[in-house]
Design a protein around this ligand. Sequence first.
Ligand code: ZN
Length: 148
Amino acid sequence: MRDELYQQTILEHNRNPRNFRKLEGATHVAEGYNPLCGDHLWVYVKVNPVGTIEDAAFEGSGCAISKASASMMTASLKGKSIAEAKVLFEEFHKLVIGELKPDEHSNHLGKLTVFSGIWQYPARVKCASLSWHTMHGALEKAKTVSTE
Ligand code: ZN
């Protein structure tokens, strides 16, 4: 059941990615590269003066998993504080490496738990986490993030 939901979600977001555009007025930008798969993304975040993420977007090219993950991430970041975004980053990281079990551990991941089975495919973990590492790098003012 969960595998089917995963497949459908990846396909749907790959076909129709949310926030797939350059974000004018972004306050934080970083470039992310996953040499194992060739995924190459830019992540844009616009933080307002009180520290809330007003908008997030991405562009670039990559496999279906990396695009779907970036699509879902940008959608989930809007309205969050930077601190909340960093919590989500930590939780998503633990999810994709199999340390966080959404049924057992409380978390804020919501729909993002669709990636909970991906730890079984180590080569795909980097595809799913690329946009998140890039977003985290952008908030930390890194210009380029590589998964290696
Ligand atoms: Zn990939």
